[in-house]
Design a protein. Structure first.
Length: 189
């Protein structure tokens, strides 16, 4: 569905009531118009302030859509082991907090999260409520803590913040703030 249609959907019922009220005329038309105005104001306040649960319901619908996609196209999240292989002996340089492209986040360093999330960072079913609240918070303008990542061979692997990455992807954010530590395998400059 185009973005403009999604944004106008909450106004559909108040607009239909108002049109019906104009068509009816008289006292029934006045009542229909009055109800349309109240409903329109209520939905506008929901949009502006997240009152009434509309925003949290939207976050729940987003989670449900991700769950359906995950079932249709199962995939495995990439795993970078910290305790063996090149990452275990790599030189570590902490860069601090900086924005990183969400698209550059390729996997995780936590084997349990590699099982729980899929390759698109779609969340596990048991994380629904936490994900829903986090998504709603972001939609209402709350700034979340930066995630923590390792940068290894040009890609990022999440140490902390898997749900935040999932929400950022679902909301199609370009960047996310991350505390970045670069891993350079020994023997490389």
């Amino acid at each position: 569905m185009p973005d403009w249609r999604r944004k106008l959907r909450p106004a559909a019922l108040p607009a239909a009531l108002l049109a019906g009220g104009i068509a009816l005329g008289g006292f029934p038309g006045f009542i229909a118009g009055f109800v349309a105005a109240l409903l329109g104001i209520d939905r506008l306040l929901d949009r502006l302030h997240g009152f009434g649960g509309w925003g949290i319901d939207d976050a729940g619908r987003r989670f449900d859509r991700l769950a359906r996609e995950r079932r249709r196209r199962p995939s495995r999240l990439a795993y970078l082991a910290e305790d063996v292989g090149p990452a275990a002996t790599a030189k570590r340089v902490r860069l601090g907090v900086q924005p990183v492209p969400v698209a550059s986040i390729a996997g995780t360093v936590d084997p349990h999260k590699a099982e729980a999330f899929d390759a698109e960072f779609r969340p596990p079913p048991y994380g629904r409520e936490r994900w829903r609240q986090m998504c709603h918070a972001v939609q209402t303008g709350v700034e979340l803590q930066p995630i923590s990542v390792y940068r290894f061979e040009g890609r990022h692997y999440v140490r902390d913040g898997h749900h935040r990455v999932s929400v950022a992807r679902a909301l199609e954010q370009a960047d996310i703030d991350a505390d970045v530590t670069v891993l350079t395998p020994t023997g490389r400059g």
